[in-house]
Design a protein around this ligand. Structure first.
Ligand SMILES: [Cu+2]
Length: 347
């Protein structure tokens, strides 16, 4: 593709025509995302295929993108990720401390990131994001990391620990390493691969949420885990698809059911590469936000919109006052139109 042709098919030019068009083209024509822009380049050279792409974009714009409600593997994975918390295999050490053992395996896995669009991911335990690890402050964590992919990877945990357990040493393809440390401080932490080129390793999908509950438990609530991310399908350093828990428009297709009056707690993190920030905006309501969530007694922010830089995270607490469909999405409108939006359905 020449530079001029590439410019004709930038993310932003596509977005002017609407996400509908982009996802229509992506979803309708190509299962292998890396083939997409190759075909698009060809489309600029061959008149008939060029018109086919344009027609699709215009059709999408006219009718709006409808992700539908159909069950697909990517949608089911995103729904499952909302409420899946991995507490590990629990035992008690001689000194009485709780030990939690986790098995995390890095591998190459194709994952569905929007209806009909497969992304050639690098994954922890086969999903993007990886499993949400959960423990209590003071627990001893033992994470057996196996790398069965063809690249070196690692797991770097956020928190306070010995630098030998910091995950900046690459673990070679076919090798194993055991990370062991005490879980601290309490709060909303996260983990990700830390092998250069870092943006590429993270963007491919090697990240996840890591919740350290305080010893004095937080108030009872209905809890959800959410990871915000983007997917750069043509490897040009710009994302074409945005999502929460790995699947575009997941919670538009399958709104998150909650009860009016019930406390809802969301563990929210941002792993979007190539864009400096992401955000979370809730309609028709306000929420309390605890940045990093390290101090449950901290005075939270009371707002309807928060921003997170890459690797930033926090805890959202919200009560829906009455029944209704409450939209939530990134407040960067382009992210919203390219997949990062959903609904809470309060009953
Ligand atoms: Cu890596």
């Amino acid at each position: 593709m020449s530079n001029q042709e590439k410019q004709q098919f930038t993310r932003r030019s596509v977005m002017k025509m609407g996400a509908a068009g982009l996802l229509g083209v992506l979803g309708g024509s190509f299962l292998n995302p890396t083939a997409l822009f190759g075909k698009s380049a060809a489309a600029h050279m061959e008149d008939h295929s060029k018109h086919a792409v344009k027609d699709k974009l215009h059709a999408g714009m006219a009718h709006g993108y409808d992700p539908g409600t159909e069950s697909t593997p990517g949608l089911e994975a995103a729904v499952k990720a909302l409420t899946s918390f991995d507490y590990g295999v629990v035992s008690t050490r001689e000194d009485g401390k709780t030990v939690r053992e986790y098995q995390i395996t890095a591998s190459e896995t194709d994952v569905e990131i929007a209806k009909g669009i497969t992304f050639p991911g690098w994954t922890f335990n086969g999903t993007i994001p990886g499993p949400t690890l959960r423990c209590t402050e003071g627990d001893i964590l033992r994470i057996r990391f196996g790398n069965i992919s063809s690249h070196p990877h690692s797991i770097h945990f956020h928190g306070i620990h010995n630098t030998k357990m910091d995950g900046i040493e690459p673990i070679a393809s076919g090798s194993e390493f055991i990370y062991e440390f005490e879980a601290k401080p309490a709060g909303m932490q996260l983990y990700h691969c830390h092998v250069p080129p870092l943006a590429r390793h993270i963007h491919k999908g090697l990240y996840g949420n890591f919740i350290i509950d305080p010893k004095k438990p937080r108030k009872p609530a209905k809890e959800f885990s959410m990871v915000m991310q983007g997917f750069d399908l043509d490897l040009d350093g710009e994302n074409e698809v945005y999502a929460v828990n790995g699947y575009a428009f997941a919670y538009q297709s399958r709104p998150i059911k909650v009860k009016a009056g019930e406390l809802i707690r969301i563990y929210l993190s941002n792993f979007t590469e190539f864009d400096l920030i992401n955000s979370f905006h809730l309609h028709a309501n306000f929420f309390h936000y605890y940045a990093t969530g390290a101090d449950p007694e901290a005075r939270p922010q009371y707002t309807d919109t928060i921003m997170q830089c890459q690797g930033e995270r926090g805890i959202v607490e919200v009560v829906f006052p009455e029944a209704g469909r409450y939209m939530f999405h990134a407040h960067q409108s382009e992210f919203t139109e390219l997949g990062w939006m959903g609904f809470f359905e309060a009953e």
